[in-house]
Design a protein around this ligand. Structure first.
Ligand SMILES: Cc1cc2nc3c(=O)[nH]c(=O)nc-3n(C[C@H](O)[C@H](O)[C@H](O)COP(=O)(O)OP(=O)(O)OC[C@H]3O[C@@H](n4cnc5c(N)ncnc54)[C@H](O)[C@@H]3O)c2cc1C
Length: 485
């Protein structure tokens, strides 16, 4: 398709494009009102603010397809957007004002839910919490959750291949997607919603779109797997002597309770102290002081609550005998379990309130993670005087959030601008040296696009660029994200 709009800053052509888009989408489907656009031009963390020609909000897959064709005709770049809760600036347009935001939020229907088949088909704009509620009403559960569940949409979760706190047992978003519908840069609709247990017609094309951050196509709907609701839940807060002991505890619990182990999060003493200072009503679950804490959750749809608790208690007693934990408390009820999770989920906000930090979302092989944390923390603290490194999160997935906290007295904003790039480069170099990934679950977006270009294996980059070129030759889908042109 030849772009009609080689210079779409030409006001007459811009006006023609906007009029055509308005005619296509109707009065609710397009806005250029700065007040309506403003909340969607800055990312969730407030790191990036862009500009946009307009925000389009199509109501159907056919409208998305027609709009994408129109954008292709006029050469207008498209920034797909769901709940705008992403962590890497992927849904924020650049500052040129030349792109449109394509919001999927109006496409929020749960098209079909079958408890018998364990499947739900929902549109891209369905919010994760809404999906949880719909599944629960049918006696089922959707096995992926994360702190942003009130905003994150199914399309965004798929586009970023989000993880969350149940990856240990159920995998990332990729493992939940059974089928996918997407609009390609050409405006063609990829209809891959039908679920086939076996299908060997070559490439599994939906996998290309999962994790592609809006650069290869626009997800309009997905068929996702549902599981029977759990009948038993046991949530434990444990004090552990060292991060290496936490890994041994993880292995021990996996061996004892198999796949009932659903979550295993680590929290260093520093992070717990930050949360307790930030949330005055919060209490430490354990009386004593511990260097590390583990938040452990077992779920079962097979065992009754008493049976699961008994098995968990026996495993904990063995672990204590082996010196893998110092102390532990089992949540007495769901409310207390939720309070334990609130401590974990409150870490990012509490650390932000405590002072400036440079944050990283990294993974290395699970077995290496404790040694990586110790080695990387020592290296960073030695090389950047006065800093402190803290690592917390999904130890069971080999994924932690690795924050380097500013020295006392550092000026917020000024310190990150001066030191941030060098600190992140050092962390990422170490991650690569340990065979890990510079983005475990948040994606690349615009935040890590330079780092991916710097550090990725050239063969990986070459393959990614070839796929991008094949599916989006004009480069109109989310330019500047994930891959540098
Ligand atoms: C409090 C909080 C906690 C979080 N915790 C976790 C966590 O534990 N684990 C984790 O993995 N993530 C976590 N996240 C981030 C989470 O991954 C994102 O919130 C979510 O995946 C993005 O969904 P969204 O609808 O907001 O997408 P957006 O932020 O709008 O977009 C994210 C990316 O996806 C693209 N995109 C959006 N919709 C589509 C679509 N329909 N088709 C194609 N591309 C699209 C965008 O262009 C952008 O590149 C957390 C977020 C918050 C706010």
């Amino acid at each position: 398709m030849t772009a009609l709009l080689p210079d779409y800053r030409d006001p007459a052509l811009t006006a023609r494009f906007l009029a055509a888009a308005q005619a296509l989408l109707g009065p609710r489907g397009l806005t250029s009102d700065p007040d309506l656009l403003a909340p969607w031009l800055t990312d969730w963390r407030g790191r990036y603010t862009g500009r946009a020609l307009a925000m389009a909000s199509p109501a159907s897959t056919a409208e998305v397809a027609a709009l994408v064709r129109l954008c292709g005709e006029y050469g207008v770049p498209i920034v797909p957007q769901g709940g705008n809760s992403g962590m890497a600036g992927g849904a924020t347009p650049d500052t040129s004002g030349e792109a449109i935001i394509l919001s999927l939020r109006r496409m929020s229907a749960v098209r079909a839910l079958s408890a018998a088949e364990g499947q739900v088909v929902c549109e891209a704009g369905v919010v994760l919490q809404t999906l949880h509620d719909a599944a629960e009403a049918a006696g089922m559960r959707f096995p992926l959750t994360l702190g942003g569940k009130g905003s994150a949409t199914i399309g965004g979760l798929i586009a970023t291949n989000a993880g969350g706190t149940q990856v240990l047992r159920y995998g990332t978003m990729r493992a939940q997607v059974l089928g996918l519908e997407a609009v390609l840069a050409s405006g063609a609709v990829f209809d891959g919603l039908t679920v086939l247990k076996k299908d060997n017609r070559g490439f599994d094309l939906k996998q290309l779109l999962i994790g592609s951050e809006g650069t290869l196509g626009i997800v309009t709907a997905a068929c996702l797997r549902l599981l029977p609701a759990s009948t038993a839940r046991v949530t434990i807060w444990a004090g552990v002597p060292a991060i290496t002991a936490a890994r041994s505890l993880l292995r021990h619990l996996q061996a004892r309770l198999g796949d009932a182990l659903e979550g295993f999060e680590v929290v260093p003493a520093h992070c717990l102290a930050s949360v307790l200072a930030h949330q005055p009503a919060a209490r430490s679950p354990l009386a004593g002081a511990h260097g590390w804490h583990a938040l452990i959750e077992f779920m079962s749809s097979r065992l009754d609550p008493a049976g699961l608790q008994e098995a968990a208690e026996a495993a904990l007693a063995e672990a204590m005998e082996q010196g893998l934990l110092d102390d532990a408390v089992i949540a007495a009820n769901d409310k207390q379990a939720d309070e334990f999770w609130a401590l974990r989920d409150g870490i990012s906000a509490a650390e932000r309130a405590r002072g400036p930090a440079v944050q990283h979302d990294i993974s290395v092989p699970v077995e290496k993670m404790p040694e990586f944390i110790l080695a990387a923390s020592a290296a960073l603290e030695a090389e950047f005087a006065g800093t402190r490194a803290v690592a917390f999160g999904h130890l069971g997935d080999g994924n932690v959030h690795f924050h380097v906290l500013a020295p006392q007295g550092a000026i917020p904003g000024e310190w990150e601008t001066r030191e941030g790039k060098a600190i992140s480069a050092r962390v990422h170099d170490l991650v690569c040296a340990w065979g890990g990934s510079i983005s475990a679950e948040h994606g690349i977006g615009q935040m890590k696009v330079d780092e991916l270009a710097r550090l990725a294996d050239p063969v990986r980059l070459q393959m990614m660029r070839a796929v991008k070129q094949a599916l989006d030759p004009a480069g109109l889908l989310n330019p500047g994200k994930l891959l540098k042109p």
